[in-house]
Write a protein that binds this ligand. Structure first.
Ligand SMILES: [Zn+2]
Length: 132
């Protein structure tokens, strides 16, 4: 059985070595879907309580992403942006890499017997990255 919880946040980013629009400083209203699964339901009849999943993901979003600005640490603009409050990360902040970041952090926090089944991140209403 699987359950999915949706989250949303606004974040700025800039991509390095890229000729498209995301080369410019800008932001997106991201929609995140986190799906977890378990072969057995717990004693309450849940894969996992939705509120427990929220308690893992929301603090991460609030501390690291929502209303933050991410820049790749190797981007030549990083130093100036960090002085303005941007967060330097060890990867290009593409939707794909942000999904991988969520996967690494969330999977460590799940209860025993519950695994991450899918993470999907909409960067716009028509563009998303999915990790299964
Ligand atoms: Zn962008």
């Amino acid at each position: 059985m699987k359950i999915t919880k949706q989250f949303e946040f606004s974040m700025g980013h800039v991509l390095h070595n890229y000729a498209g629009k995301c080369h410019q400083l800008h932001g997106h209203n991201y929609q995140l879907g986190v799906t977890v699964e378990s072969s057995q339901l717990d004693s309450s009849g849940f894969v996992m309580d939705f509120s427990d999943l929220k308690a893992i993901v929301t603090p991460l979003i609030n501390a690291e992403l929502d209303h933050h600005f991410w820049v790749y640490g190797k981007d030549p603009r990083a130093r100036a942006l960090i002085e303005l409050g941007a967060r330097a990360v060890a990867f290009e902040p593409t939707a794909e890499n942000i999904v991988s970041y969520f996967e690494r952090v969330i999977s460590k926090e799940l209860p025993d017997g519950v695994t991450l089944a899918q993470i999907e991140l909409y960067e716009t209403s028509t563009s998303k990255a999915v990790l299964r």
